[in-house]
Design a protein around this ligand. Structure first.
Ligand SMILES: [Zn+2]
Length: 67
């Protein structure tokens, strides 16, 4: 699905905003992040943090430096 402003047809990059960054039109609810989306992002973030904690410290330093 492509997220475009209904007013100016530009791509909505930040779906957390209430208004379009370009023309300030209100972004329809169905184009914004839903609560379920937010929860999913939170879950993914927590999974990532958990995984990062499981990596041995020297390896974590290496991974951090490589990227
Ligand atoms: Zn717009």
């Amino acid at each position: 699905m492509k997220y475009e402003c209904p007013e100016c047809s530009r791509t909505i990059f930040n779906r957390r905003l209430d208004n379009c960054e370009f023309c300030s039109a209100a972004i329809p609810e169905n184009l914004k992040f839903s609560d379920a989306d937010k929860k999913q992002i939170e879950n993914e973030h927590q999974e990532l943090m958990k995984r990062e904690c499981e990596i041995e410290p020297p390896l974590r330093r290496y991974v951090g430096g490589a990227f």
